[in-house]
Ligand binder design. Structure first.
Ligand code: NAG
Ligand code: NAG
Ligand code: NAG
Ligand code: NAG
Length: 269
């Protein structure tokens, strides 16, 4: 029967493309109002020495720094208050997921990010405690709206990246202790050009032997259907060369990155 199906599908040219590598199935889709249930707010002063006052969940809702529509979660900084010199920082919002993830694919569907002087939007994965022993993976990061996006790993000493690796981005530094950074080649991966283009999708695949990242802008013609349609199953093998590729060839990721062997992916919008 398998052979018959194979011949039939060859004849009809309907054979599914060959699949190598793991299948990921959707475990969590955090969209619109569910951000309030799946994320924890960080009501702390900014320990990265920025002038921000991260509000708690109630305050962020009261000040309308967070609000939702059925398919959108908006998170923003206060942009109307004239601050006192030397006074409290600007009210803003910093959140983290209540769940932890091991081997996984994460997809971030973003329509708009803060832009302009003094802004520092970021998406990163780290252990809630013990930084940087648990490793830090920055998927989206930049300051003052300066394009393009910069992805990075941060580790304790001893983890480096090979200079020559299969990625479309440009390595800026290969020593992960100070941060091994990869600059994205697309200008619209960050800041005002990202926003005027309608945003896009950032994706991360995190495994024991590598970390890969991709980006598709909203108008790209090569957005995989699994990304555009938020499918229940996906294979990263069909996504093409990653923008950033961090193999474990000269970095034993085990001591640096706390991951184990289960496969999930989440869609965040
Ligand atoms: C700073 O954030 C805290 C926690 O949400 C809030 O109670 C406080 O009012 C904020 N500070 C100012 C000056 O708004
Ligand atoms: C919050 O801000 C949004 C966008 O500016 C606005 O549409 C909405 O009405 C505001 N909500 C409240 C409760 O003020
Ligand atoms: C980079 O790696 C590729 C594939 O492994 C190889 O073909 C190429 O020669 C390498 N380039 C340099 C400059 O080492
Ligand atoms: C890379 O990961 C694989 C799979 O977990 C492992 O077998 C290998 O020892 C790792 N390589 C290094 C240098 O840590």
């Amino acid at each position: 029967m398998a052979t018959l199906f194979h011949l039939l599908c060859l004849a009809l040219r309907l054979c599914p493309p060959p699949v190598h590598g793991p299948t990921y199935t959707l475990s969590e889709a955090i969209i619109g109002p569910s951000f309030y249930d799946k994320f924890i707010w960080f009501p702390v002063p900014d320990y990265s020495h920025g002038r921000a006052n991260y509000t708690d969940k109630e305050t962020s809702r009261l000040l309308n720094l967070t609000y939702t529509t059925p398919d959108t979660f908006v998170l923003r900084a206060d942009y109307t208050t004239l601050l006192d010199t030397g006074g409290a920082g600007r009210n803003s919002v910093r959140i983290r997921t209540s769940s932890s993830y091991t081997t996984h694919v994460a997809v971030f569907d973003i329509r708009h990010m803060p832009e302009g002087c003094g802004t520092w939007p970021a998406i990163w994965e780290t252990k809630p405690t013990d930084w940087p022993t648990g490793g830090e993976v920055d998927i989206l990061e930049g300051v003052h709206g300066k394009s393009p996006n910069l992805a990075s790993l941060h580790t304790t000493p001893g983890c480096t990246m090979p200079a020559n690796r299969t990625q479309t981005g440009t390595s800026v530094s290969d020593n992960c202790q100070g941060g091994c950074n990869v600059q994205f080649p697309m200008a619209n991966s960050f800041g005002s050009s990202f926003n005027t283009n309608g945003g896009g999708w950032f994706a991360l695949e995190r495994r024991m032997d590598f970390i890969k990242m991709w980006f598709w802008d909203r108008k790209a013609t090569n957005v995989p259907p699994s990304i555009r349609e938020g499918m229940g199953k996906l294979h990263t093998d069909s996504w093409g060369t990653p923008v950033a590729y961090f193999p474990n060839t000269t970095c034993d990721m085990m001591p640096y990155f706390d991951i184990a062997a289960i496969r999930i992916y989440e869609q965040v919008q």
